[in-house]
Design a protein around this ligand. Sequence first.
Ligand code: PRX
Length: 646
Amino acid sequence: MVAKELEALLSENRRFKPSEEFQSKANATSDAYKESSEDRLGFWAKQSERLTWFEPWTEVLDWKPPFAKWFIDGKLNACYNCVDRHLKTWRRNKAAIIFEGENGDGRVLTYQDLYREVSKFANVLKSLGIKKGDRVTIYLPMIPEAVIAMLACARLGAPHSVIFGGFSAESLKDRINDAQAKVLITSDGSFRKGNVVPLKANADTALLGVNCIEHVVVVKRTENKVQMQEGRDLWYHELMKDAKIVCPAEPMDAEDMLFILYTSGTTGKPKGVVHTTGGYMVGVSTTHDWVFDLKEDDVYWCTADVGWITGHSYIVYGPLANGATVFMYEGTPDYPAKDRFWELIEKYRVTILYTAPTAIRTFMKWGPNYPQERDLTSLRLLGSVGEPINPEAWIWYHKYIGGERCPIVDTWWQTETGMILMTPLPGVTETKPGSCTVPFPGVKMEIIDQAGNPVPKGSGGFIVAREPWPAMLRTVYNDPERYVSTYWSNWEGVYFAGDGAKWDEDGYFWILGRVDDVINVSGHRIGTAEVESALVDNSMVAEAACIGKEHDVKGQAVVCFVTLKEGFKVMDGLDDELKKHVAKKIGALARPEDIFFTAELPKTRSGKIMRRLLRDIAEGRALGDVSTLADASVLDFLKKKYNEEE
Ligand code: PRX
């Protein structure tokens, strides 16, 4: 895959310069690169002035690799920065959140409204015994209550753990247990393409395997019938009715935990990525302001779910800290029709759109008629995140959505990085379709080879960072050893992001995808080990190996190779059963596209499955290095079988 992408990218010669008009009004100028390269810490010190601090910090950075502390001794509150401080300005009555539901219902919350709802809900949480340091799990649809709940936790200093509403009961259970959360916030259901996903019922199933949850707060959204367990389960609207409006924001140390967010790793157990308060808030507010060139009258729409890092950093904390108007949509792009996004942009005059390549590829598949029949002239800037955007999709986005006038910011970052690390600055950087261009000011990234040496321009290697950045993850929850071994052990004192990249003669970065076994479906990382564990969980399955196979729309699709236990034969419908099983265990996202049954899997002599070779087979390539393979005949069998069934 790497070699092929490299070739395709090499032939990309198109260039796009910011227009003079855009340049002349842009929030960030090229001085930012100069200033930050002369004095990196001074640069971040200056950016920290964007926030309101209860007590000033005394030192910018304390760096004892791989543990970083930013803005030492500083005290602040993330919720205060996103809400309260705007009330002292004209923004008090500015729309903070413009919401539209899947069914077309809507709500607007001004900053004043948001303050009221968040403070009341913080008091509700307090009344349920939540205090600074307690963990709260949030399992909600894309509705304003999700943001309110996050900010209410931040107000009290209670780290939240948001679980994407598409995750199964099983995944929810594991994540609640890992965080040892005391309260779970969910809803009766969530709307999905006209149906109701029973979130509360999923939560009930999850809680059968959980002991730490004391209360479940249930938001009424879909009005479907739910079971309420006496003493444990409480309705949000009832609790909110009498809640007091005044709830002081807890002063937090810059290094106090703001949230935990679970992300897949290469081993079965998801990692609880820990983000803290000061550095994270400085990082996300600075990048949000400059990358999206935020103006007071913008209507900003990030289409991610709040359950992912993109939602945390660029729906909630970055934009609200900057006093933005955030548009929030509950549903999918194809319900009730395939022009839903364009209808919403036309209706709310959205000016900034931040979405994912998988969505763009879907729109491409549906054809340009849908956007062409809507007025998209309000748009002035487009963003992309989650996967490499292939040049064709970039050009399509530019032409049909951006009307050839909007700069595109292709932003590279991760759950772990917390903030955008590589991106164009829209009024400064000349863009090349398919490249995330260069590191953000104040961020240093390198591409190195196996030996740890920087590769020359024009070559590929591993993307790494030697210097910490403010929003960097601080640890893996309750597992600092895993933090060190996962991120800092490939090369001494070097953060390895897990991605391969190439840089070109101009020093632009081109992401080549992940070098480990994680599968990226529609921009969401799914660990092979998790899918494999789910398959092996079935009583007939002996062993499984999962890989990501290139997919036109999803970027990658999950393909599984499965061996059955002795005594079991492949029967009609078994593959469907296993697919369903995976979806139930992990969530619909992980549902395998194809399952192949085989007597053996290719393994190294030490017994490790060689997924790389399975990828070669699935993508019809000549096999790579087979020298470590234990039994070569396995491959011939698999190749034949694969080609027969494809
Ligand atoms: O492989 C990179 C890809 O997504 C991974 C991070 O996934 P996650 O933690 O779920 O966060 C996604 C949203 C920030 C990265 O290691 N990725 C993210 N953005 C890009 C990208 N690949 C190429 N280009 C991007 N702009």
